[in-house]
Design a protein around this ligand. Structure first.
Ligand code: MRU
Length: 343
């Protein structure tokens, strides 16, 4: 890919502003942790692994700026920034996972404040580069599931834009394509934020993979016409039993897939698995501003004052998922046993 979703520079963190895609390729230059938190909250950067990386970079960035503080004040400022990051978005567990990794470094008591900045920066960069490696492994493990000549449906964006690079669900497609497999990708538009139409389509257009964009309500009809042979999506949080939170609309696709006997795959790093939650019922689902539903790019699409509902994610029950593709390999049912074994 020619673009970088996020990039650490010495004096700033550069974030590709995904709100402007596909019309404009513009980078946000974040010079403090608050602007990185703001970029996550407002979805300038989005996608579970990418927001984890951004939070880690924000924490390291803030710590480096605060090194001159006395130890107690430094500790307080560190806690404050972790808290700020934690409050940005509630569903993707990768965010909390990355914050915990940064806290782990902080809690290494042997480190003095002076060395702390360097270690935190190193850890954030490690989270970044590991994520790319992990995605490549996901691709390697998943590519054999893709059959030549197939029609593949994906929802939202689980590609390079949603990660440090390469992508999870799209990473599987990239790996299969690189091996010479040929297939067609159907891209759900993904209302209300259009991550499919704007982002997945933009990302895939930079490759030779052929795509067709659909509105979300077309998937069932396409399946009934035997155009879809598999569905592959990313994940924001996978519970102990395999229930999977992902972009709103994923659950509906999984139900449709079951009805049409189409395998439904989830591709995600192990950091998306949250063994502390027993089932999807315990996954917090973000509700966003209803203006994302009632308005389209600032223009009202509903009568003034109507009520709207805007959950950003839904939960697909484990029973509808065929296989979870991770960097450790393919995880099959029973998920409640096999997820634990892999972690
Ligand atoms: O609201 P978003 O755009 O952050 O939602 C993103 C998704 O739902 C992705 O499918 C998920 O994070 C996986 S990204 C590899």
């Amino acid at each position: 890919m020619k673009f970088k979703t996020i990039e650490w520079k010495n004096d700033c963190v550069r974030i590709l502003d995904q709100r402007r895609l596909p019309q404009e390729v513009r980078y946000l230059v974040c010079r403090d942790a608050s602007s990185i938190a703001q970029a996550i909250r407002t979805m300038a950067i989005r996608g579970a692994p990418a927001i984890g990386v951004a939070a880690a970079m924000g924490i390291a960035f803030a710590a480096k700026k605060n090194l001159f503080l006395p130890p107690q004040a430094f500790l307080k400022s560190f806690e404050k920034i972790c808290d700020k990051m934690r409050k940005t978005r509630p569903t993707a567990v990768n965010l909390f996972w990355a914050i915990n990794r940064m806290k782990g470094i902080f809690n290494e008591s042997s480190l003095d404040v002076k060395k702390m900045g360097v270690r935190l920066e190193k850890e954030a960069l490690k989270i970044y580069s590991e994520d790319i490696e992990i995605n490549r492994k996901i691709g390697e493990h998943g590519k054999d599931l893709i059959k030549n000549g197939s029609g593949i449906l994906t929802h939202c964006n689980a590609g390079a834009l949603a990660t440090a690079g390469y992508g999870t669900a799209l990473g599987v497609l990239y790996a299969a394509w690189a091996e010479g497999k040929r297939f067609h990708v159907y891209v759900d538009e993904t209302r209300p934020m259009l991550q499919g139409a704007r982002l997945t389509a933009w990302e895939l257009r930079q490759t030779k993979i052929p795509i067709t964009v659909l509105t979300d309500n077309m998937a069932g009809w396409l399946m009934s016409q035997q155009k879809i042979n598999m569905v592959i999506v990313g994940a924001d949080r996978i519970a102990r039993n395999g229930d999977t939170a992902n972009k709103i609309g994923t659950y509906g696709l999984a139900v449709l897939s079951k009805y049409h006997h189409i395998p439904f795959y989830v591709a995600a790093p192990m950091s998306t698995i949250d063994l502390t939650v027993a089932s999807g019922r315990d996954i917090p689902i973000e509700e966003r501003d209803i203006k994302e539903v009632t308005h389209f790019r600032g223009y009202p699409v509903t009568p003034k004052g109507v009520k709207a509902y805007n959950p950003a994610f839904d939960v697909t029950p484990y029973s509808l998922i065929h296989t979870i593709i991770t960097e450790k390999g393919l995880i099959r049912k029973p998920f409640h046993k096999n997820l634990k074994k892999c972690l």
